[in-house]
Design a protein around this ligand. Structure first.
Ligand code: PLP
Length: 391
């Protein structure tokens, strides 16, 4: 018996609303007032910015962390600090949010789009094929929390002499052979925008690195190109930006970081196990989000890949049907970056595997504010929808 879908007038699976994400730590509601009371609201006047950097560095296992205003700013600074020049080529997946390649354009360089493997992350073989003598860096994007195949990516990078930037905007807490994502290449870049693992109240970012010269260049770049913090008014040595984080944002970040390992990540990993168990044998599922002991997924989202040959409808209809069941829309996949109007007229290659993976992916949420029952409701809705459309 096929139950009538809510999309077609049937009863919704979800009877209650779902808790939203982000929800800030309770103490933040009072802590955030401290800089406002003292008037020390900028990182150069207060102490919370430096404290946030120190704690983030310790958490990531990084000798240096530089806070900044967004993930895009972090990527931009990383590329400039690594010495990427106008005209250089940077290898980057198209299968990601557009910021990964916009940062390349901000640096004046040329993004060369590479395809992804079935696990949604950069295909090392494609990197090798697209690298030329003009290629200077690659950006490994740990999409949805899935850690890239860094062993193979680093091999290509070494062979080709490429700098490696990790885009960890969606992967705070992913691990590769026990090391944190962000510390696997030369520079790791995090985003703290609304909805990420850690949000600093809407916007924010962080660069981590073991390279002191890169850290020092990033500190300068985020601060109008000042030679070093504390240098006098006429000490601007490069074309810098204002990419600074405020003290209020750092306070929020500190409190979110304090519960990242004790609450946020364990809940995400626990919810992912429930999804994995429910979907591993389900008709209409092609594969679960990739994770392995040596590539630990940080589960920002849960991108489930459907077996479209077994389903009698367009994948868009499946997404609509799941949302109509009362399930929060976890955001559909972004278009391939080269399909965005900003890239119109530029010479680019297509990435067929990325397009196929995107078409068959259904994204589910698993924020730490949910309870097991919310995850189970999502499972029930997906089961109902896939059953309704089975061939
Ligand atoms: C993969 C990826 N890279 C970079 C960014 C940019 O981060 P921000 O929005 O903080 O600039 C995002 C943001 O959503 C992202 O998802």
């Amino acid at each position: 018996m096929r139950e009538e879908l809510a999309l077609h007038g049937g009863m919704k699976t979800a009877k209650q609303p779902f808790p939203p994400w982000p929800q800030f730590a309770e103490r933040t509601l009072s802590d955030v007032l401290e800089p406002l009371r003292t008037g020390k609201v900028a990182s150069w006047s207060g102490t919370r910015g430096a404290e946030f950097e120190e704690r983030w560095a310790a958490w990531s296992g990084a000798p240096h962390a530089v806070a900044c205003s967004s993930g895009t700013a972090a990527l931009h600074m990383a590329l400039v600090a690594l010495g990427i020049q106008p005209g250089d080529e940077v290898l980057v997946p198209s299968h990601t949010f557009i910021s990964s390649s916009l940062a390349v354009l901000h640096a004046g360089a040329v993004p060369v789009f590479c395809d992804v493997s079935d696990d949604q992350t950069l295909d090392p073989g494609c990197l090798e094929r697209h690298a030329t003598s003009r290629s200077k860096a690659l950006i490994a994007v740990h999409l949805y929390g899935i850690v890239c195949d860094m062993d193979k990516i680093l091999q290509v990078a070494r062979r080709r002499g490429l700098s490696v930037v990790e885009d960890c905007a969606q992967c705070a807490g992913g691990e590769h052979h026990g090391r944190k994502a962000g510390m696997l290449g030369d520079v790791g870049c995090f985003s703290f925008s609304q909805g990420k693992h850690v949000s600093t109240g809407g916007e924010g970012g962080m660069v981590v690195t073991a390279l002191p010269e890169v850290a020092s260049a990033c500190r300068s770049l985020r601060d109008y190109g000042r030679e070093h913090e504390g240098s006098g008014p006429a000490a601007h040595v490069r074309v810098g930006f204002n990419y600074r984080l405020t003290e209020m944002q750092s306070v929020i970040g500190l409190n979110e970081l304090a519960r990242l390992d004790s609450w946020n990540l364990p809940r995400r990993l626990g919810f992912a196990k429930i999804y994995d168990h429910a979907f591993s044998q389900l008709y209409g599922i092609r594969c679960l989000p990739f994770t392995a002991p040596d590539r630990r997924n940080a589960y920002w989202k849960y991108p489930l890949q459907l077996d479209l040959e077994k389903l009698a409808c367009d994948p868009r209809e499946i997404r609509e049907a799941v949302v109509a069941e009362g399930i929060p829309d976890a955001g559909s996949c972004w278009p391939e970056s080269y399909e965005e109007p900003v890239f119109a007229g530029r010479e680019t290659v297509r990435c067929p595997n990325a397009e196929a993976v995107r078409r068959r992916t259904l994204v589910l949420a698993l924020p730490p504010t949910w309870e097991k029952s919310h995850v189970e409701t999502c499972v029930a809705a997906v089961r109902k929808v896939l059953h309704a459309y089975r061939r």
